[in-house]
Design a protein around this ligand. Sequence first.
Ligand SMILES: *Cc1c(COP(=O)(O)O)cnc(C)c1O
Length: 355
Amino acid sequence: MMDLGIDLVPVEKRKSKPADVLSVAFGTVFTDHMFSMNYSNGKWKNPMIGAFQSLSLSPAALVLHYGQGVFEGLKAYRRGERVFLFRPDKNIERLNLSAERMVMPTLDNDFALQSLKKLIHIERDWVPQVPGSSLYIRPTLIGVEPKLGVRPSTEYLYYVILSPVGPYFKEGFNPVSIMIADRHVRAAQGGIGTAKTMGNYAAGLLAGTEANRAGYSQVLWLDAHERKYLEEVGTMNIFVMFDDEIATPPLGGTILSGITRDSVLQIASDWGLNVKERRISIDEVMSGLKDGKVKEIFGCGTAAIIAPIGTLHYKDTPYTVGAGGIGPTTQKFYDEIVGIQSGEREDPYGWVIEV
Ligand SMILES: *Cc1c(COP(=O)(O)O)cnc(C)c1O
């Protein structure tokens, strides 16, 4: 591996790894080491890999008050002794786009990828083996200058932490039930919906909590302007199958450009499916659920990969999607993407990269 000038301060006493990673709640166990790097006076400095530990920040750090922070989420998968990443270059590109939107400095793409690989290489024993498990990677960039004036920070911290995970939903790869948010919205045109930035998740907490209280796993967001068009489902992109057409909302400025979404689009077009990026109204979905035109709905994102949606709750009424189970097309996408990630299927796209 090339010399990246990263200071390595290995931890002496290693933690014990979870005995059953599938039963660990998502993102609650962390590995021994983290990567970190500081930015000040217009330059990145002090790249290092050291102990996973609490940060020391001024209580006045800008991120804590004004939310100037962005992050990414990707996974490392084990195949025997080897460890692989899925399209990590896309995550780094998106991290930089998010950073630009939030007026933060960007990272050198190549350095960011190499440093990520180096950290994972050091922590490779933490990449779990059981099917359905992986090592979740969370690169994070925050403004840390201590200042209560509202403006972009002049000092930043970039860090990467790692967490061995099982399935994102307690249901595993099984249908989830979703509540349509008809009062709250996630992101408006001109806002920060396309950036993977903290404020978007804060905006979603109340609707998500209300949905959980009513027994649903996540919410389906409608557009902020008319509450008419589908946007995303929780922190996933969404696909709807109408008879033989498979549709997903276009990236219109409010939707996060998911890498799983992009992968589904490419696979669907290679399979010769009738796939479209187009506006989908909630009325079209509701009438399609009633007359059977809507066959399947699924969410997609790194954490859950593909999440079949079995029930949609709209204005006090739950509607079953298809037969309420996992639709055949949803299953096919899941098998293909998981197959490529795990190495069980061929990767004609060059998406999988060895650490
Ligand atoms: C991260 C995220 C997604 C999924 O993106 P992937 O690159 O597929 O993981 C979708 N929507 C939101 C709001 C997200 O934060």
